[in-house]
Design a protein around this ligand. Structure first.
Ligand SMILES: [Zn+2]
Length: 349
């Protein structure tokens, strides 16, 4: 028994150390078993659920583990173990099989897309994934695991330690990347990096190169989504399994990245100022003149952004002559809003 066992008499002892009366108690303990013939998976699931209501309740993933014994589930467990660091699974989460759940979520979205998500039924979505995956050939399953892993690696290449973390501007303060990991955001991030063809790249290599070259614009676009789109923040924080929220966060995240990369594959207009342009604007302004035009207070490089003087939507170009530095928080306070899907729509019109 472990040294922290709550049973004083047993603490730190082996079976041979016990008093004869205790040994006898162990030896004579009758363990009852019952055999219940169950044919359907649903019955089995229900039974596990009920048995669990009286002791430590199993997590949904632990229940799935008990019910969906399969080669596929074992493969997912193996992959989840391997991707533990990349998925940023904590020890406590790992004990409750959260790593397996997170990976299953990513795999299910990869297979079915987000439009197919059953409203408020994450469990059903994941159970379906188990059932469908079981009858798939092992090569396709492995291929899909690799696609998800690749997307995860891209998220890490772009966001590094900022991955799965929302950006926020608390009241009366400058912005910051939240410390807590947000799993709804994780889903949207990984989803957005699954497939190069969505963004018009000819192959995965060209996509990877563009991500390396434009990682700061992508981070900037993601940041804008958090700062200028309250609906997006809702969609990753409240009612995250509601279908409208699922669709909103996936579509907006993908659109934000599409805009950040616009001009890269097809030679379209550059949407965002690059870090170099921001640096140039900063450098050519005398130190005493580095003030925010909104609040007249001194600018801080990291917490400022370049705003189009003539708005992009009105034809304003993304060139230094059309840019001004201001506090991100001030831009937001003056009512700036941004919906990347609307903007893509305007571009198309
Ligand atoms: Zn300001």
């Amino acid at each position: 028994m472990p040294d922290d066992s709550v049973v004083d008499e047993l603490r730190g002892k082996r079976f041979v150390d016990l008093k004869p009366i205790l040994k006898a108690a162990f030896k004579n303990f009758k363990l009852s078993t019952a055999t219940i013939p169950i044919t359907s998976r649903a019955d089995k699931f229900e039974l596990f659920k009920r048995l669990n209501q009286r002791s430590t309740v199993l997590s949904d993933q632990e229940l799935r583990n008990a019910v969906h014994h399969s080669e596929y589930l074992n493969e997912i467990k193996g992959y989840a173990e391997k991707l533990k660091e990349k998925l940023r699974v904590t020890e406590a989460e790992w004990k409750r099989m959260k790593d397996v759940e997170y990976l299953s979520r990513l795999l299910a979205y990869q297979r079915r897309g987000y439009m197919d998500f059953p409203n408020k039924r994450l469990n059903q979505f994941l159970n379906d994934e188990m059932t469908i995956g079981k009858s798939e050939d092992p090569q396709s399953r492995e291929r899909r695991c690799k696609i998800v892993e690749k997307a995860l690696v891209r998220v890490i290449d772009v966001f590094g330690e900022l991955r799965f973390r929302p950006y926020r501007i608390p009241d009366h303060s400058l912005g910051e990347w939240a410390r807590n990991l947000n799993r709804a955001l994780m889903e949207a991030q990984v989803w957005a990096f699954l497939d190069h063809s969505r963004y018009g790249f000819k192959d995965a290599g060209a996509f990877d190169t563009a991500l390396k070259d434009h990682r700061l614009e992508i981070i900037d676009a993601a940041q804008r989504l958090h700062v200028y789109n309250e609906r997006f923040n809702d969609a990753i924080q409240r009612g995250t399994t509601g279908k409208p929220n699922v669709e909103f966060r996936f579509s907006r995240y993908e659109a934000a990245i599409r805009l950040a990369l616009s001009g890269v594959p097809e030679g379209r207009r550059q949407r965002f100022f690059t870090l170099q342009q921001k640096q140039n604007l900063w450098d050519k302004t005398a130190a005493e003149d580095r003030e925010c035009p909104e609040c007249d207070k001194p600018l801080i490089f990291e917490e400022s952004e370049v705003d189009h003087i003539v708005p992009f939507s009105k034809g304003g170009e993304t060139v230094e002559g059309n840019g001004q530095l201001l506090h991100r928080a001030c831009n937001r306070a003056k009512g700036a809003r941004w919906d990347p899907v609307d903007e893509l729509q305007q571009d198309a019109d």
